[in-house]
Design a protein around this ligand. Structure first.
Ligand code: SF4
Length: 337
């Protein structure tokens, strides 16, 4: 697995008041990575005008180091009570990235160095629950594992949640760099979900992420480290050989997990979908995409959203549910959508 190494680094001036920004500045200057200084992480663009593909590639090679100013967390229903944002975007280029629409041209990788302030805000949000368990989603605006080798922030956040009676953390990732997270005092307060798909789908559409094999190995290590574990199978796709692809994926998973009969295992199943806006973005950034985006083959769900027609959705649901129930009899399928 190749770790993200930016081609250029932009540091917000006020971020340099924090030790992590200073440390990264020293590290990148030593490695001869170009470093520049900016006023705000919200307004970043290249010096010259670029076409959409060139601009997209530029953003994904750029690391912006800043501070998170808004410490009032947004709701993250139905996944968790709140979004916990320690980074924005990620260095990978999944053609159907769930962040693409919201980020638009601001898809450059941002990390926030004021983690202590962010964690203090977590405490405030836990208190608002008046004794109820409050959950926080760490992957609503990024893949935090993708930048963990630079920040170490996820490890600190997991240990922080390990000490919270009423706080729980949820992480989703397509990356395998979990070794630094295995020996933490997590107290099972963090649930990891690995986003998986068939080898064909990962190799064709999820550029610069960890391979299927690497993700499954990482999931197995996370389970052995006693974290609660789950899987998001998304986007579920119908293509030539899809049944064989998903059967292989689930068999491989079963063989690799030390406890495939763990009753805490969860599966979340999400079908391929697109909107008019996401279709336009994907076609501009990946003009040779093999993604099927022909509206006439899909069912219009309103608000410009398209999903598989009912009979195909039903086929996917029945097939996947049966496979999961047979191979992981104690696992819970949380939803199919
Ligand atoms: Fe988007 Fe996740 Fe892929 Fe990164 S790994 S590009 S956040 S879908």
């Amino acid at each position: 697995m190749k770790k993200f190494k930016p081609q250029r680094v932009l540091i917000e001036k006020q971020a340099l008041d924090y030790p992590l920004a200073k440390k990264l500045e020293t590290q990148f200057l030593k490695e001869d990575t170009p470093v520049d200084y900016i006023e705000s992480h919200n307004r970043v663009s290249p010096a010259k005008e670029m076409e959409p593909i060139e601009l997209f590639n530029w953003t994904k090679e750029t690391l912006v180091i800043g501070t998170k100013k808004t410490l009032r967390f947004k709701s993250c229903q139905p996944s968790a009570d709140y979004r916990l944002v320690t980074s924005t975007s990620c260095p990978a280029k999944c053609e159907y990235c769930y962040l693409a629409k919201n980020l638009g041209s601001a898809s450059y990788v941002r990390i926030y160095v004021n983690l202590e302030e962010i964690l203090k805000a977590v405490k405030k949000h836990i208190r608002k629950g008046h004794g109820e368990i409050i959950t926080f989603e760490a992957s609503s605006s990024s893949d935090p594992v993708a930048v963990e080798h630079l920040t170490g922030s996820l490890a600190k956040t997991i240990e922080y949640f390990g000490k919270q009676d009423k706080g729980r953390l949820r992480v989703v990732t397509k990356f395998a760099g979990v070794d630094s997270l295995l020996n933490l005092e997590h107290q099972r307060h963090t649930r990891f979900r690995f986003s998986l798909n068939t080898k064909y789908v990962i190799d064709t559409f999820e550029h610069l992420t960890s391979s299927l094999k690497e993700r499954i190995n990482a999931a197995s290590k996370i389970q052995a480290a006693n974290y609660p574990l789950g899987f998001i199978l998304a986007p579920l796709m119908i293509y030539d050989g899809w049944q064989e692809g998903y059967t292989n994926l689930l068999n491989q998973l079963k063989e690799s997990l030390s406890q495939p009969t763990d009753e805490n295992l969860t599966f979340e199943l999400i079908m391929h979908r697109f909107s008019t806006r996401s279709k336009n973005l994907i076609e501009a950034r990946f003009p040779n995409t093999k993604l099927k985006l022909n509206k006439k083959d899909y069912q219009h769900k309103g608000f410009g959203k398209y999903v598989y027609p009912e009979h195909e959705a039903d086929k996917l649901k029945k097939f996947l549910s049966k496979q999961i129930n047979d191979l992981f009899p104690k696992a819970k399928i949380e939803y199919f959508t």
